[in-house]
Ligand binder design. Structure first.
Ligand code: HEM
Length: 425
């Protein structure tokens, strides 16, 4: 069945992604019929190319000089501010008419994820020392200790709401460690990141005031910590941002704040969703769960498979800088591209039975951490967290099972579960 214009249009609507089976159906046909497919956009958007095959996503990701992440060209997400305003207007939701004063400090800055080389490389180098193999080795026992403490709190319970109680806890506790800040602030990190990322979901973002407050609180926290680290540098990520010079100058406040937002969102939401998505996948595939219980040495391939299966980030955008060919399709300077990791991770040419969840799977690396220039800087940290929490969970609660409905965030960008009830016994 050919892909219809409505299906192409539907990829812009976050509601479409609350039904994964339907979206996978569209992407499967796109990979077969039109792997680089033009998709119209609502809310006055110009449209974009959907890149759905594994090899094409890698090709785009490793050519940042042809395909840009630059904020000035639109950055890494599809809708422009204008489109977001039009959407909210059409839904009768409140919109920010103009940025309040406190907001202005966030403007004009960019973080590494929305930069191209050579600026990207310099900016990435600033925090890279926080993610060396040695640093991660040092962190691993602390991750295990924290994972055990989180699970101690649910010992003896029958049913729990898994997201807030377990999945969210480990990544935000680790983020607080990486920042070397008071652990109590972690609840705020959770709230700010939900609001910043959940703008399309009316359950999460109710009003413009809520978004404004989140930015002001995060900005105030970031600036207070900036001042503290200036006086007393440490070994943490914030000290690296405050003290490392880029091209002989300290990072601008705008860039510092953008880096803080990136780390708070990227280091938290995605890892949480791989944990919750992993428990869901094991629960829906009891034979695979049993395989892992029988042979704990499968944990490494199981973690890879969970991250392939869950694709916590659904897509990233690029903008074409020079007329080019992608998979034989001509694209023009200025065109928008969506790199659908969700689709690339099911590419039938790369994996046998790509729609089967298989904890012993071997094969090429999934695309969930991106590829090339912007490959996720926290990929190994995320893998370690997922490995440790899965080992600890399965050792204590081998029968953990999702019960009832899974409540997904309304988003076509992050594959996020808002609430999920599990039975532990
Ligand atoms: C399962 C968990 C995670 C997933 C699926 C994930 C996914 C991604 C993806 C797809 C990108 C590439 C963006 C692009 O190509 O445009 C990325 C970049 C990034 N991620 Fe992650 N991430 C995860 C965990 C983390 C963690 C734990 C941290 C830090 C604490 C982190 C920090 C970053 C940063 C700073 C970048 C930007 C890198 C650059 O632009 O060079 N991520 N991540």
């Amino acid at each position: 069945m050919a892909i219809t214009p409505e299906e192409r249009l539907s990829l812009s609507y976050s509601e479409t992604f609350q039904d994964h089976r339907n979206v996978h159906g569209i992407f499967t046909r796109m990979r077969a019929e039109k792997p680089v497919a033009w998709c119209p956009e609502p809310w006055g958007g110009p449209g974009f190319w959907s890149i759905t095959k594994y090899d094409d996503i890698q090709f785009v990701s490793k050519n940042p000089t042809l395909f840009s992440s630059d904020q000035k060209l639109g950055g890494i997400t599809l809708p422009s501010n204008e489109m977001i305003r039009n959407r909210r207007k059409s839904e009768g939701r409140e919109i920010l008419k103009e940025a309040p004063q406190e907001f202005s400090q966030f403007q004009g800055g960019s973080s590494m994820i929305t930069m191209d080389p050579p600026a990207h490389v310099q900016s990435r180098r600033v925090v890279a020392p926080g993610f060396t193999p040695q640093k991660l080795d040092d962190l691993t026992p602390r991750i295990r200790k924290r994972a055990r403490e989180i699970l101690n709190r649910i010992e003896g319970e029958d049913d729990i709401e898994f997201i807030q109680t377990v999945a969210a806890e480990l990544p935000i506790q680790m983020l607080a460690e990486l920042f070397d800040i008071d652990q109590d602030v972690r609840h705020k990190l959770f709230e700010w990141s939900n609001i910043i990322i959940g703008g399309d979901d009316p359950d999460i973002v109710l009003s413009a005031e809520q978004v404004r407050t989140a930015f002001i609180e995060l900005g105030t926290f970031a600036m207070q910590t900036y001042e503290k680290r200036k006086q007393e540098p440490g070994e943490d990520l914030i000290s690296m941002l405050v003290h490392t010079e880029v091209n002989g100058s300290p990072m601008s406040i705008g860039d510092y704040l953008s880096a803080m937002i990136l780390l708070v969102v990227a280091g938290n939401e995605t890892t949480r969703n791989s944990i919750s998505g992993g428990v869901l996948a094991l629960s829906q595939n009891p034979r695979e769960r049993q395989k892992l219980l029988d042979d704990p040495a499968l944990i490494s391939s199981a973690v890879d498979e969970i991250i392939r299966w869950v694709h916590p980030v659904i897509y990233m955008r690029r903008t074409v800088k020079e007329d080019s060919l992608i998979g034989g399709q001509a694209v023009k300077k200025g065109d928008k591209l969506a790199l659908w990791y969700m689709s690339g991770n099911r590419d039938e040419e790369k994996w046998d039975e790509s729609f089967t969840f298989d904890v012993s799977r071997k094969g090429p690396r999934h695309l969930s951490f991106g590829y090339g220039e912007h490959l996720c800087i926290g990929w190994r940290l995320a893998e370690i967290q997922l490995t440790v929490i899965m080992e600890e969970l399965l050792a204590r609660f081998p029968n953990i099972t999702v019960v009832g409905d899974v409540n997904r965030m309304r988003s076509n960008f992050l594959n996020s579960i808002k609430t999920m009830q599990v039975s532990l016994q």
